[in-house]
Design a protein around this ligand. Structure first.
Ligand code: DOR
Ligand code: ZN
Length: 345
């Protein structure tokens, strides 16, 4: 039985760090284990220009506790007013590593997102030309489309047409939640990758609703049927380099989650590595863990893998705090509902 594993230091290819007091509270939770992370730009107001991204990067570095090393990989929030030249300059300087597409209204702070995809065509063409990846929140927002179908419909109606019209555009389908997402990625040889969260490997839609409503399991895209979770687990543990970890760790204070209209987001930064290792162990796929968390992401982004390594050991269940404190209020740490035996030592 394997009870110790050493892997390259992992990265998180989709992370919400927020700003101010919340940034201060959550950044160490990620930096403790992860070398780098793709930083989501859905602040209020959003990070839309190279200048915004540079300033946000400085705030992140200023919030990093002494003695910790961490590299934030900055992104820009795509709007219908994004200037292709500003974006190209931010990429050329090495500051910006991806651009984030939120369909307007799809999720938290997405109202500045894209309504008419024709209006971002010049930006997408520029990105294809310079090799800057597009990170996609893949859900349609049409009121008549059932929330559980929004990812599948997005692939057909939005993503595939964009990709057909923009050859060479590199796309990350973020936080895929369905067999449709897994299969769409599997069908492409070159320009498509997908992130998978720790929580979507663990929960299905029943966890949110059976036995009482669980606001801390509510996120977007919402967890789907069990058959979809099993496909995600199969993809993550397959060793296929097109799938990599993007936690979508998304902190909201408890008062914003536990209310009549609660915010979407699971906060997993604190225990991600234990969650993922537990799931890979259950699948007898610990030999694929390093690929999923440490190698496939840099491969897609054309970045070197981290030089340093981490070791995880298996033993008695690990105790994590149920909440972390932030200056804005407590934030509940994702509870998988079963013991976690793997810890980063
Ligand atoms: O659950 C989510 N929370 N999904 C998103 O797409 C956004 C995120 C957030 O920013 O809270
Ligand atoms: Zn997100």
């Amino acid at each position: 039985m394997t009870d110790s594993i050493t892997i390259r230091r992992p990265d998180d290819w989709h992370l919400h760090l927020r700003d101010g007091a919340m940034l201060q509270a959550v950044l160490p939770e990620t930096a403790r284990h992860f070398g780098r992370a793709i930083i989501m730009p859905n602040l209020v107001p959003p990070v839309v220009t190279g200048a915004h991204a540079a300033a946000y990067r400085e705030r992140i570095m200023a919030a990093l506790p002494e003695g910790m090393t961490f590299e934030p990989l900055m992104t820009l929030y795509l709007t219908e007013d994004t200037d292709p030249e500003d974006l190209a300059a931010a990429h050329a300087s090495g500051l910006v590593k991806a651009v984030k597409l939120y369909p307007a209204g799809a999720t938290t702070n997405s109202h500045s997102g894209v309504r008419n995809f024709d209006n971002v065509r010049p930006v997408l063409e520029k990105m294809a030309e310079i090799g800057l990846p597009l990170c996609v929140h893949g859900e349609v927002t049409d009121a008549e489309i059932d929330i559980f179908d929004r990812e599948a419909v997005f692939i057909d109606r939005v993503l595939d047409p964009i990709r057909q019209a923009t050859p060479g555009l590199r796309v990350v389908m973020e936080h895929i939640t369905t067999r449709d997402g897994v299969q769409y990625v599997a069908a492409d040889e070159t320009d498509l990758g997908a992130t998978i969260t720790a929580h979507h490997l663990i929960i299905n839609r029943n966890h949110i609703l059976v036995g009482g409503i669980k606001p801390h399991y509510y996120c977007l895209p919402v967890a789907k049927r069990e058959e979809h979770r099993l496909e995600l687990l199969k993809a993550a543990t397959s060793g296929d380099a097109r799938y990599f970890l993007g936690t979508d760790s998304a902190p909201h204070t408890d008062d914003n989650k536990e209310m009549a209209c609660g915010c979407a987001g699971c906060f997993t930064a604190t225990n991600t590595m234990s969650l993922v290792a537990e799931m890979f162990d259950r699948e007898s796929a610990l030999d694929k863990l390093e690929g999923f968390v440490s190698l496939n992401g840099p491969g897609f982004y054309g970045l070197p893998v981290n030089e340093s390594s981490i070791t995880l050991t298996k033993g008695d269940p690990v105790e994590y705090p149920s909440k972390i404190e932030s200056g804005d209020g407590p934030v509940t740490v994702f509870d998988p509902g079963f013991p976690l035996h793997w810890r980063v030592v």
